[in-house]
Every structure is written in structure tokens, then in C-alpha cells.
Design a protein around this ligand. Structure first.
Ligand SMILES: C[S@@+](CC[C@H](N)C(=O)[O-])C[C@H]1O[C@@H](n2cnc3c(N)ncnc32)[C@H](O)[C@@H]1O
Length: 354
């Protein structure tokens, strides 16, 4: 029987996702997606749901491939999918046939279908490499205690960015005793050797995750063959368990308008930031976020400075960029271009540039 239009769209989504995984360095997830794009799906609840998917299955839409890849990885991690586990690290990349049969065995399990109900949600700790470097640049300009506000914070792991240790282009900074020590591939001079003293931290997400109860879910969405990301997330979850933060549920625009309307203590700064989040906000929310920060910026004084740090993709840039706008003054600086997961930073900000 010829495949339905819905099934063809889902298969095309798996093929597209395979390309993304390959270019972002996950040959295993790419192969899983290739196989799901090309091979017949054994009769099962999963196959029926895939072939009747009602929405947009593409990576930019409902992200159906990452939902299923997350479910498969969760099954490997929990021990429920033993044949598939033989194909995942620490084992080497399997042959197509072995992986294909293991996926078939997994797909027929009715419980696997539950993973299709939940969109993927990640919290990429490697982005703290860039965010903390940006915070150092802000503290270099305004060396006062800072209040952090993160928009689209997911599980809020990067709200603890000062609780991680770093080697940023040779600059040892952050917390040297942290269980998470980060060392991105760094090009350019190190960031300023300033001090980020966080006096308060607070974040918002439409769907905030709990690092304790949602830890397994977060781990499942990390690609299994990216050992560095797996280890980083495990270590960051450990940090999160001992350093709780306030994470509110809501829309970024409503939330930041309310936060910035609260009085700011003289002699402290505010740093609003977000990473790979803006693109997910509705256009009206994006505009309101910008307007609220700019309004607050216009009211900023040397005793109450504010910064807006963005690790985001723009349509004109190939890689995500790190930009910092700060007030008083409103100067906007391109600090870095970055790998989307933060593992490579091309620092342009200069050690003391302003
Ligand atoms: C791709 S994730 C990035 C999470 C985190 N910033 C990171 O770098 O790992 C995007 C996050 O934005 C959140 N989000 C999407 N729309 C939002 C909105 N209007 N307000 C607040 N959070 C939102 C999602 O729930 C998700 O956690």
C-alpha cells in the first residue's frame, strides 16, 4: 500500500533530523533517524501514530523524530530496551541491520508510544560557557553584585552558571570546587578576568522542569553518543540538587515586565539573559521582552545598571551569536560566535574591550 501523505511527512522529518544530527556530531542518532526514515515500521501503536500524525512532524514543528529518539534513549537508560542498549554507548556504532532490528523490537512495545505525547525539552549546560563569559564582560564594565534573570530557562541549570568551574581560553574562573568543570574549545583572547557576584537568581519558563524529578527526561534528550554532553548534564544536575533556584512558570514577556517593574537596589546590577529561547517565544512576546528591557535600560543609572545577554540564532548568522547590550549607554556588543551547544566559542569581545 502506498504511504499516506502523513507517513511521508514523518519519514521526511526523520531524514531531515538525521542531517541535523550528523552535522551536530551524533552519528548514532543520525543512523537511528535514517533507519526510521527508510525502513518499514512494524505494526504497532507507535507505527499507527506516526503514520497518522495530525500536525507538522518536522524538527521545526512538533519535532516527532526527537520525541521518538528521546523515548528510545530513555528505554536504553532505564534498562527496558536491552537489544537497543547493545547498540548504544559504550558499544561502538552498530551495523544498520543490528540497529534496525533493535529499533523494530522497541517500536512494538505499546509503552514506547507515550514518548510521542511530549515535545522534546533540553537544558544545554555547555551554553554556560558563553553565558558566563558574557556575565564576566558585563561585570568588567559594572563591577557590582548582580541579580540574574533568565528567560526560557528550562530546568534553570544555567541560572547556576557561577556554580560551575571553567577554563575559558586559559582563564580559570567560576567555582573551582564544582562537580562540573567546563573547558570549551576557545578561539581568541580570554574573556575579562572579572568577578561575577550573584546576589539573587530567578528564571521563567512556559514549562519549567525540575532537575530532580525531570532529570531522567532531560538526560534522554541528550544524544547518547555525545559523552561530553552526557557527563556535563549529569554533573549539572548534581549541582542543581544542592543549589536550588526560583523558577517560575509563565510567559517570558509577562514575567520580565513584572520583574523589571520591581525596584532595583542602588549599587546592584541586573543581567537578563536567554539562550536558544527567543525563537520559541511568540512574536508579540519577543517584542514585549525587548521593549521592557529597553524601557528599563533608559531608566538605568550608574548605580543601577542593566545588561541584556543573548545567545541566540538570527536568520543572518550561520552560528548562534552572543551579544551584550548594556545600560547606561545602551551599547550593543557582539561578544562571540558559538557552536549551538556551546562547546566551541569564537570570542570577539576582547579581554578589556568596551
Ligand atoms: C530550546 S529550549 C532552551 C532552554 C535553555 N535556555 C537552554 O539553553 O538550554 C527553549 C525553552 O524556552 C521555553 N519557552 C518557549 N516559549 C516560552 C515563552 N513564551 N516563555 C517562557 N519560556 C518559553 C521552552 O519551554 C524551553 O524550555
Amino acid at each position: 500500500m502506498p504511504a499516506s501523505a502523513a507517513e511521508q511527512a514523518v519519514r521526511a522529518a526523520f531524514a531531515e533530523q538525521a542531517g541535523w544530527c550528523r552535522s551536530l556530531g551524533s552519528p548514532l542518532t543520525a543512523l537511528v533517524c535514517d533507519l526510521l526514515a527508510e525502513r518499514p515500521w512494524p505494526e504497532s501503536v507507535v507505527a499507527r501514530r506516526l503514520s497518522e500524525w495530525p500536525g507538522d512532524p518536522r524538527p521545526s514543528g512538533d519535532a516527532v523524530p526527537l520525541r521518538l529518539c528521546g523515548g528510545l534513549h530513555a528505554g536504553v537508560r532505564s534498562g527496558a530496551l536491552s537489544a537497543l542498549a547493545e547498540c548504544y554507548p559504550p558499544h561502538v556504532l552498530p551495523e544498520r541491520e543490528q540497529l534496525g532490528s533493535a529499533i523494530d523490537e522497541a517500536i512494538v512495545l505499546p509503552a514506547l508510544a507515550e514518548c510521542l505525547d511530549r515535545p522534546p525539552q533540553t537544558n544545554e549546560v555547555g551554553r554556560a560557557n558563553a553565558l558566563f563569559a558574557g556575565a564576566l564582560a558585563f561585570a568588567d564594565r559594572f563591577p557590582v553584585p548582580v541579580v540574574l534573570f533568565e528567560l526560557g530557562a528550562s530546568a534553570g541549570l544555567n541560572l547556576r552558571m557561577d556554580r560551575f568551574g571553567y577554563d575559558l581560553g586559559g582563564l580559570r574562573t567560576g567555582d573551582p570546587a564544582s562537580s562540573l568543570q567546563l573547558k570549551p574549545a576557545w578561539r581568541g583572547p580570554p574573556p575579562p578576568d572579572s568577578r561575577v557576584e550573584v546576589i539573587e537568581r530567578r528564571g521563567v519558563d512556559l514549562n519549567p522542569l525540575d532537575p530532580v524529578t525531570d532529570g531522567d527526561r532531560l538526560m534522554a534528550f541528550v544524544w547518547a553518543d555525545q559523552a561530553d554532553r552526557v557527563a556535563q548534564l549529569e554533573a549539572a544536575l548534581k549541582v542543581a540538587r544542592t543549589h536550588p533556584v526560583t523558577l517560575d512558570k509563565g510567559d517570558a514577556a509577562d514575567w520580565i515586565e513584572a520583574r523589571l517593574a520591581e525596584p532595583q537596589r542602588a549599587g546592584t546590577s541586573r543581567l537578563v539573559y536567554h539562550s536558544i529561547a527567543l525563537q520559541y517565544f511568540a512574536p508579540e512576546s519577543q517584542q514585549r521582552v525587548a521593549a521592557a528591557i529597553e524601557r528599563s535600560g533608559k531608566a538605568a543609572t550608574p548605580a543601577t545598571p542593566i545588561g541584556w545577554l543573548r545567545f541566540e540564532r538570527s536568520p543572518d548568522d550561520q552560528d548562534p551569536t552572543l551579544r551584550l547590550r548594556s545600560w547606561p549607554g545602551g551599547q550593543d556588543r557582539l561578544l562571540a560566535t558559538c557552536h549551538p551547544h556551546g562547546g566551541t566559542i569564537n570570542w570577539l569581545g576582547g579581554a578589556r574591550g568596551r
